[in-house]
Design a protein around this ligand. Structure first.
Ligand code: NAD
Ligand code: UDP
Length: 313
């Protein structure tokens, strides 16, 4: 602690979720160190905080060791959209696995609390619905999504082995689809894709028949949950699901975006990508119990802010 301020490291802090987290941590009077290799990050995401006296940025790849002095670590570094994580799959696995080893080593040396942003993808194409943390998942370990899914699963293994071996204060959060301002406009994720297509009057590309489901959490709610998780006692490790249990088909989302943008775009059906999960919805009983948390933002409300962001890009 310096001057009473906690020193908090955010890896992947120049990305979509990371930049919102950095802002909220500064608002909570933390000193924030953002580490990012800018693979999918963007300096514009940090525009409002770049000159904050308690904010610093290091361009660094977490697959290499990092020597800094901190009190808490939020480990977000990892490309998160299928287009980006499949572009360089070997680097994707390295980022989750070697990156976690490096950040856990840093946490061990500095005796920091460390939080891993895991993902609903650890459940793969789930056979139980909604997904609870006890479910072990249904992941294809050699498919195109596996660099991300298995990388994140191995990261969870590492976090729990560091806990068992060294009794470290670890926290694992499984994030379900999150959206909001500062999503990358070209990262192919469904919310950003549909909004950009609707704003440009282009066809809305629904994959498959659009009957697959997702649950969409607004970024402010998610960032609140991450901070609550970091603040839990030593015995709370997770994994804890964090997401909005409201479940929508992709076709419903397409129709909602067209209506809200007031667009003339038409839906166009495209082939479903391999291993695309058919349904996804978090059971958030644990988040309610341990974090006293549940999402506050309804999909329409979050979409208004997100559409506004993309309109003004
Ligand atoms: P994002 O791509 O916007 O942010 C990831 C950040 O990590 C980027 O700034 C990128 O440059 C950085 N990064 C990637 N590899 C790195 C490396 N080797 N070293 C240093 N920095 C690196 O994605 P996001 O949506 O903000 O996701 C943040 C985290 O949350 C990720 O770990 C992701 O897996 C997890 N998550 C996100 C979602 C979601 O819906 N957005 C869902 C589940 C999990
Ligand atoms: N999707 C779609 N059209 C798009 C982009 C995505 O129909 O232009 C579908 C995709 O096949 C998946 C869902 O939307 O079923 C969510 O995709 P996203 O890449 O956002 O996240 P994830 O599959 O990782 O949940």
């Amino acid at each position: 602690m310096r001057g009473g301020r906690k020193r908090v490291l955010v890896t992947g802090g120049a990305g979509f979720i990371g930049s919102h987290l950095c802002e909220q941590l500064l608002a909570r009077k933390c000193e924030v160190l953002c580490v990012d290799n800018m693979y999918t990050g963007n300096r514009d995401n940090l525009r409002d905080i770049a000159n904050h006296p308690y904010f610093s940025f290091i361009r660094h790849d977490v697959t290499f060791p990092l020597f800094v002095e901190v009190d808490e670590i939020f480990n977000l570094a990892a490309p998160a959209s299928p287009i980006h994580y499949q572009f360089d799959p070997v680097q994707t696995t390295k980022t989750s696995v070697i990156g976690s080893i490096n950040m856990l080593g840093l946490a061990k040396r500095t005796k920091s609390k460390i939080l891993q942003t895991s993902t609903s993808e650890v459940y793969g194409d789930p056979q139980i619905h909604p997904q609870t943390e006890e479910y072990w998942g249904n992941v294809n370990c050699i498919g195109p999504r596996s660099c991300y899914d298995e990388g994140k699963r191995c990261a969870e293994t590492l976090f729990f082995d560091y806990r068992r071996q060294y009794n470290m204060p670890i926290k694992v959060v499984r994030i379900f689809n999150t959206y909001g301002p500062r999503m990358h406009p070209n990262d192919g994720r469904v919310v950003s894709n549909f909004i950009m297509q609707a704003l440009r009057g282009e066809p809305i590309t629904v994959f498959g028949e659009g009957q697959q489901t997702r649950s969409f959490c607004y970024v402010d709610d998610l960032v609140d949950a991450l901070q609550r998780m970091m603040d839990t006692e030593h015995d709370v490790t997770g994994p804890i699901n964090v997401g909005n249990p409201g479940e929508f088909t992709i076709k419903q989302l397409a129709e909602l975006v067209i209506e809200m943008v007031g667009s003339k775009s038409k839906i166009e059906y495209r082939p479903l990508p391999q291993d695309d999960p058919k349904q996804r919805k978090p059971d958030i009983s644990k988040a309610k119990q341990f974090l006293d948390w549940q999402p506050k933002t309804q999909l329409r409300e979050g979409l208004v802010k997100t559409i506004d962001y993309f309109r003004n890009l």
